[in-house]
Design a protein around this ligand. Structure first.
Ligand code: PSU
Ligand code: MN
Length: 317
């Protein structure tokens, strides 16, 4: 019997929505969006309303949104409004990062995707752009805890451009920037000089590069991949000043929250949510409102940059 060559691996089932599939087929811009922010970032029903506004913002920017989750053994690329509402209102849907994906898919359970697992899915689906307000990063105290988000590691592996408003001040943003530099991930700040800090306009750290022109950013992204780099490209856009929270106020709230986390023994995957809730309580809910605003404004910029990128690709082909 002639041996047949077995496929190296079985393809992961992708359930791509008709709208997203059409856009990709026609070379129109698509922006991938995470679902972890829906299930773990905000509370119901604000989370569902925000997820819908984030999708509208991507459309306003000129691209098709594709919110990503896992369910029934498949990666859903382009959740429907009903999917989003179900995820937003069902307690206990687990946070799924890159390393959790194979397990949750095998078990057929539902899972909410982080930035890391969303870019894995986006690359599989052929979507070169992803947007979320806050990425994971190097945690404060990482020198002893070794807590570094796998979002950063995934940026070295998946060819997806990530548009974000930086990362929250619960992280060590200086070390986060160092990590990205070491791992050859370009960081470009769109129309601002500083690396932003989610609901704060600036992290206090200067961005390595400022670029003001969308087509130029799109060409730089294409160059990164043409040079043979296997990973992503980070573009930051800050929260609008009128929707921002003062950095000193967040710092003060965080100092208390971090002491409480240590006292309560909170660590690992649970720490982000714990600190966010504590900052929210200390700012009388203003951080949640700023959170919503920055998610929406970032998505609009993500839509515009994805549209510019699609034009650059079309011109080159
Ligand atoms: N940063 C934020 N808000 C968030 C997250 C990060 O400012 O909601 C979420 C995102 O889903 C991100 C994940 O991908 O947390 C990173 O988690 P970890 O640090 O456990 O890798
Ligand atoms: Mn972690």
């Amino acid at each position: 019997m002639t041996p047949t060559t077995a496929p190296a691996h079985r393809a992961v089932p992708l359930a791509v929505s008709p709208e997203v599939a059409d856009a990709l087929h026609e070379g129109r811009p698509v922006v991938a969006l995470e679902s972890n922010v829906i299930t773990h970032g905000l509370r119901y029903p604000d989370n569902a309303a925000t997820a819908r506004k984030v999708e509208q913002a991507v459309r306003a920017g000129g691209a098709v949104p594709a919110t990503i989750a896992v369910e029934g053994g498949r990666i859903v690329v382009g959740m429907t409004d009903a999917d989003i509402d179900r995820f937003a209102s069902t307690p206990g849907i687990p946070k799924v990062s890159s390393r959790d994906l194979p397990v949750v898919l095998a078990e057929g359970r539902a899972g909410a995707l982080t930035v890391a697992s969303s870019v894995v899915a986006a690359e599989l689906a052929g979507i070169p752009f992803f947007s979320s307000a806050g990425i994971g990063g190097v945690h404060r105290g990482a020198a002893t805890t070794m807590d570094i988000s796998s979002d950063l590691v995934q940026f070295t592996r998946s060819k997806v451009a990530v548009v974000c408003a930086g990362a929250k001040k619960i992280l060590d943003l200086g070390l986060t920037l160092e990590y990205l530099e070491t791992q050859c991930v370009p960081v470009v700040s769109y129309r601002s000089d500083d690396f932003p800090a989610f609901y704060c306009v600036s992290s206090g750290f200067r961005s390595p590069v400022r670029m003001d022109d969308e087509a130029l950013i799109a060409r730089a992204i294409e160059n990164h991949w043409a040079l043979g780099n296997p990973g992503g490209f980070l573009v930051t856009t800050p929260v609008r000043p009128q929707e921002a929270i003062d950095g000193a106020e967040v710092d003060a709230a965080l100092t208390g929250a971090m002491a409480a986390a240590e006292r309560d023994g909170v660590r690992g995957q649970a720490i982000t949510k714990y600190l966010m809730r504590a900052v929210d309580a200390a700012t009388d809910g203003r951080s949640s409102r700023a959170n919503t605003a920055v998610l929406i404004s970032t998505a609009e910029v993500g839509g515009r940059l994805a549209a510019a990128h699609a034009r650059v690709r079309a011109a080159a082909s």
